[in-house]
Design a protein around this ligand. Structure first.
Ligand SMILES: [Zn+2]
Length: 187
């Protein structure tokens, strides 16, 4: 698996910075645990899933709005240099600024988490005897909510829930967490 430096492996940090810019600077900037995710492997699946499913989680939006979310998230995933701000801008056509940003962050989080989940499930299919796990990672900054804080670093089996009702990020609207799936060798 070649490592592509141009991928969005710093996604969490990236989303974190976006928020920091618009709110108070974070007081306790601890080094974020960089998830060793190769996002380039996930991109296509994440994008395709995003196109199909992203908007379905919003009951109060039109089909057009729903599709706009899927397409904007897909562009982020597929296009090098496509930023969260651009996603937000695309969505600003349909939503007010605050909601556009919230949707952008939440849905990018969802698409990447889903892709990591799929990757882990594939791993499990390929090596059924090996334990495959997923690990929750937060931005570890002041804006992480209590639930996500609790989940930070938690490792569960690939088919397990982190908490009741929380299978993968986002845990809530605006969640910036991500997961990495890996084999738990030695366990
Ligand atoms: Zn979170």
């Amino acid at each position: 698996m070649p490592n592509n430096p141009s991928t969005k492996s710093g996604l969490g940090k990236f989303l974190g910075r976006l928020i920091d810019k618009q709110t108070q600077p974070s007081q306790k900037q601890q080094p974020t645990t960089e998830a060793s995710i190769n996002y380039s492997l996930y991109n296509v699946e994440a994008a395709e899933w995003a196109i199909r499913n992203t908007g379905a989680t919003y009951s109060d939006i039109s089909l057009e709005e729903c599709e706009s979310i899927g397409q904007a998230v897909s562009s982020f995933v597929r296009t090098r240099g496509f930023t969260v701000c651009k996603v937000k801008k695309l969505l600003s056509k349909y939503f007010d600024e605050e909601r556009a940003e919230l949707i952008a962050i939440t849905e990018i989080t969802r698409a990447y988490a889903h892709a990591a989940q799929i990757e882990g499930e594939k791993m499990k299919m390929e090596f059924p005897d090996v334990k495959v796990v997923k690990t929750w990672t937060t931005n570890n900054d002041d804006q992480v909510c209590p639930v996500c804080s609790l989940l930070d670093g938690r490792e569960v089996g690939i088919f397990e829930y982190f908490l009741d009702g929380i299978f993968i990020p986002p845990a809530h609207a605006g969640c910036r967490c991500w997961i990495a799936s890996s084999t738990a060798l030695g366990e």
